[in-house]
Structures are given as structure tokens and as C-alpha cells.
Design a protein around this ligand. Structure first.
Ligand code: PEP
Ligand code: MN
Length: 281
């Protein structure tokens, strides 16, 4: 009786536009063509100076990374106090030039639909940050860019909402990547709580590559390695990590910056688990 009543309430609400049935058919049908290769996105939280870019690029290019990352916007959970925020184009230009010299591709976050054309000139791939996951105008525009677009899960959105957002990308011509970066949580041992179960669940639904971001997914440098490896064991196709030559003096998110000198070992361990996991499939 209760069941009948609750399904009646549910269907009534749905009819009036509340709680639509999850609908992401293209995501379910998505097939990347071949098995995704190991994906690694590494770099600082923020691009700080040409010298910092040079040091990081030299170190990470010793491994087969997919993209160098780095924030060129002074944006974050809280706006900086001074008025000097927004796109730092001079740093983006340095980054673009130095990365090309090192043969590295770069992934650049896009915060504003009005900046896509400008960023397109520099970026080999785009990142849609967690706070923009449901910015559908941005997603619709990026969907047709024919580049890789990495979509981060919003810390307050569930699996269906994440895949619903991914549906906007899949309908276009870009190559999507999904990034699990943790949820808002009542737990107080982490800043955000990485969901390993979400990675495993998504891999059962879609062929879109998924990667694990344990830097944001914990906010704790000492948890980056175990959570990265756990994410890959759960089925992630690779990882994102924020890395810095001197983590403690990183201009942003110092607590979650992974020491650059340890990056190579992290890459090797993550790659070894990924290869092992691949054998099971
Ligand atoms: C980032 O990757 O630089 C970032 C700001 O992450 P998020 O959007 O997951 O907070
Ligand atoms: Mn960061």
C-alpha cells in the first residue's frame, strides 16, 4: 500500500516537473573507440611564474603524462582581497610557450563562456571546474571544440547529475573525461571526500574515461597516494594531481600540493595498478 502511494506521489511530482527520471542515453552508449590509455594530468594548483613552470615541466615530462595542468585564473572558493583577479594572460602565454618547448600539452580551466575563443588559442584541452559542472551553456559550447574536455564533479552533485552534465558533452564532438574530485562532507578529516564507489559505479554505466583527483578529493597531501591508488583499483583510467616543487609555499592549496620530487614514484605506482587492473578485464 505504502509502495503504491509513494510511486503515485513520485509520478505526480515527475509530471509537474519535479525529480525527472535520469536521462543520459548517449553517455550510456558512449564508446571511446578503443580502450582508453593511461591518463595523467599533473601540474601546480596555480601557474605562478615562468621559473615555476620550467621546473615543473622538466620534472613531469620524464613520465608519459597526458596534460600539464595549472590555474591561470585567480579564482577559488573565496575571492582574493585585491582586485587583481581573473585570467592572468601573461602567465598563460609563458606557460604555453614553455610547455611547447618541452613537448607537453596543456589543459586549461575555462570559467566563462566568453573566454573560450581566447583560451582555445593556447589550450590543448579544457577543464570544466567543479563549480561549473552544471553550466550548461559552457558545456554546450565546449562540446563542439574537438578537443579533450575534462569535467569535474560538483562536490554536491550525485552520479545522475554528473552523468546528466556529461550528456551535454557527449552529444558534441569533444573527447570527454570525467574527474571524481570528492564531495562536501560532514567528515572533518578531509576537505572533500573522494568517492571511490562513484568511480566504480560510473565505470559500469559508460565508456567515458574517468580519472581520480585525490588532491581535491581529500585536501591532504598525505592521502594523495593511497586515494589515487584506490581510485585506480576501483576502475579509474588515471589520475590528476596538483604538484609543486615547494608544496608549503604554493600560492594556492598548499595542503594538497604533492611534492614534485615524489611525482615520478606516484606515477609509476598508479600506472602499475592500472596495468594490473587491465589484465583482469
Ligand atoms: C582545479 O582543478 O584547479 C580546481 C579548482 O578544482 P575543482 O574545480 O575540483 O575545485
Ligand atoms: Mn587547486
Amino acid at each position: 500500500m505504502l509502495d503504491v502511494l509513494s510511486s503515485l506521489v513520485y509520478s505526480t511530482l515527475t509530471r509537474f516537473g519535479f525529480g525527472p527520471e535520469p536521462n543520459y542515453q548517449s553517455v550510456k552508449e558512449y564508446f571511446p573507440g578503443s580502450k582508453p590509455d593511461f591518463i595523467c594530468i599533473a601540474g601546480p594548483c596555480s601557474i605562478e611564474s615562468p621559473r615555476q613552470i620550467e621546473t615543473i615541466a622538466r620534472a613531469i615530462k620524464t613520465k608519459k603524462i597526458s596534460f600539464m595542468r595549472g590555474g591561470v585564473f585567480r579564482a577559488g572558493t573565496y575571492p582574493p582581497r585585491d582586485s587583481n583577479f581573473g585570467l592572468q594572460q601573461d602567465l598563460l602565454e609563458h606557460w604555453h610557450r614553455i610547455s611547447k618547448r618541452h613537448g607537453l600539452k596543456i589543459i586549461v580551466e575555462v570559467l566563462d563562456i566568453r573566454e573560450i575563443d581566447l583560451l582555445n588559442h593556447y589550450a590543448d584541452a579544457f577543464q570544466v571546474g567543479a563549480r561549473h559542472m552544471q553550466d550548461y551553456a559552457l558545456l554546450k559550447e565546449l562540446a563542439y571544440c574537438r578537443k579533450t574536455v575534462a569535467l569535474k564533479r560538483h562536490p554536491g552533485c550525485n552520479l545522475n547529475e554528473f552523468l546528466g552534465a556529461a550528456e551535454y558533452l557527449v552529444k558534441g564532438k569533444c573527447q570527454p573525461i570525467l574527474i571524481e574530485r570528492g564531495s562536501s562532507t560532514f567528515m572533518d578529516h578531509v576537505r572533500w571526500d573522494l568517492s571511490v564507489s562513484l568511480i566504480a559505479a560510473i565505470k559500469r554505466i559508460t565508456g567515458i574515461p574517468v580519472i581520480v583527483d585525490a588532491s581535491h578529493g581529500s585536501g591532504r597531501r598525505d592521502l594523495i597516494e593511497p586515494l589515487t591508488l584506490a581510485g585506480i583499483a576501483a576502475g579509474a583510467d588515471g589520475f590528476l594531481v596538483e604538484t609543486h616543487p615547494k608544496p608549503n609555499v604554493s600560492l594556492s592549496d598548499p595542503q594538497q600540493a604533492y611534492p614534485l620530487k615524489c611525482f615520478g614514484a606516484l606515477f609509476d605506482r598508479a600506472n602499475a595498478i592500472w596495468k594490473l587492473k587491465r589484465k583482469f578485464k
